[in-house]
Design a binder for this molecule. Structure first.
Ligand SMILES: [Zn+2]
Length: 369
């Protein structure tokens, strides 16, 4: 039996430092706003040093998502205490009234902010995983956002400053959680765990929304034509790309002195969520030789003797599974000046290891002197 409950979940907010995932979905599940829409109730008295009202800052943050996705976000300038509790279910944190509201407060409805946390989003209303349905697909029907009043808040563009936290970019991040996103491994994405110099949603962030809301064609990093070894059709999705700026932009042509990150996110078939599985990475060189990544991060020449395909990562499969294929790859440091890498990504499940799910379109990384 599927138990339907309403509860608040503590989300990772903006911590000082920590590891992240690639574009991920909230708790690894497909949670989304019903009807691609949310109303936020925001009426804050704060004004930034440049005269910008925090209400305007929040509205701009909402517009960052609205303008780049199919989601509509209405910001209503009315104060509603996010701790208001009108439903009988008791959440772990925050109030449940079906309204998404925003406040700058010393605590989260009586619970202290955690460590250096600047802000926290509490999406609520989705179905809690059960044994019968460990990866539910559900609606987020409320998303309260709390900003830590112990922090100095302001609104500004450009690099993050030590003396004050930018309310607007933190709002973009927290709204991203309410829309259904987890964190990204790319340090330049707005869904990275820590406050950074990024003030708006980046390609990886937007791919998370596109996948979660069922419009993968909106993802600029989507790799075309998901196929299987056996030839049966699959709705698995693969995204990926190469970047020299930690996710601000993606390209295929690089200099041998560039420091390149190559990342992928594997979105498995619904039936495979929660299964034990393996991610595979195979790199093809121009001469046709193939190298497969192993769990230690090494690449080994692939031959019949090394089949089945080596495993790059063994894991319990989430909806969206990120994998950092290369991090800070500098070809010149390896004595390589000209090379073209075609990077193929695949996954398999332990229950059927002979079947491979993969994208027939590789991530292309062309490196010249
Ligand atoms: Zn966060």
């Amino acid at each position: 039996m599927i138990r339907k409950t309403t509860l608040s979940i503590l989300l990772c907010g903006l911590c000082a430092t920590s590891q992240g995932n690639a574009f991920t979905l909230l708790f690894g599940h497909k949670y989304r706003l019903p009807n691609n829409h949310i109303d936020f109730y925001v009426d804050l008295p704060n004004v930034a040093t440049d005269g910008t009202s925090f209400n305007v800052g929040f509205a701009r943050a909402a517009l960052e998502w609205q303008s780049q996705t199919r989601i509509t976000i209405d910001v209503i300038n009315q104060y509603i205490d996010p701790c208001t509790q009108t439903t009988p279910q008791q959440g772990l944190l925050g109030g449940l009234d079906g309204l998404s509201s925003v406040d700058i407060t010393p605590d989260i409805c009586g619970v202290d902010f955690f460590g250096p946390l600047a802000a926290l989003a509490l999406p609520t209303g989705f179905r809690w995983p059960t044994e019968a349905d460990p990866y539910p697909i559900g609606d987020i029907n409320e998303g309260d956002i709390f900003y830590n009043s112990a922090k100095e808040w302001d609104i500004y563009g450009g690099p993050a400053r030590h003396e004050a936290v930018d309310f607007q970019r933190v709002s973009v991040h927290e709204i991203g959680h309410v829309l259904g996103l987890g964190h990204s491994v790319f340090t330049s994405t707005v869904m990275y765990e820590s406050v950074n110099d990024t003030t708006t949603a980046m390609p990886d962030d937007l791919c998370g929304i596109a996948i979660s809301y069922g419009v993968p064609e909106d993802c600029s990093l989507l790799l075309d034509d998901s196929v299987t070894l056996s030839g049966k059709s699959t709705d698995a999705l693969f995204t990926g790309g190469a970047s020299t700026d930690h996710g601000l932009s993606f390209e295929a042509e690089f200099l041998s002195t560039n420091s390149i990150d190559v990342i992928t996110t594997v979105v498995v078939e619904d039936a495979h969520i929660g299964e034990e599985g393996r991610l595979h990475v195979v790199v093809m060189l121009e001469d046709g030789s193939l190298f497969a990544k192993d769990v230690e991060g090494g690449f080994n020449l692939l031959s019949e003797a090394t089949m089945p395909l080596p495993t790059a990562e063994l894991k319990t499969l989430d909806v969206a599974n990120e994998h950092l294929i290369f991090q800070d790859l500098v070809a010149a440091d390896l004595g390589i000046t000209d090379i073209e890498l075609l990077v193929f990504v695949a996954y398999s499940i332990e229950a059927d290891p002979s079947e491979l799910y993969y994208s027939s379109t590789p991530i292309r990384v062309s490196i010249t002197e």
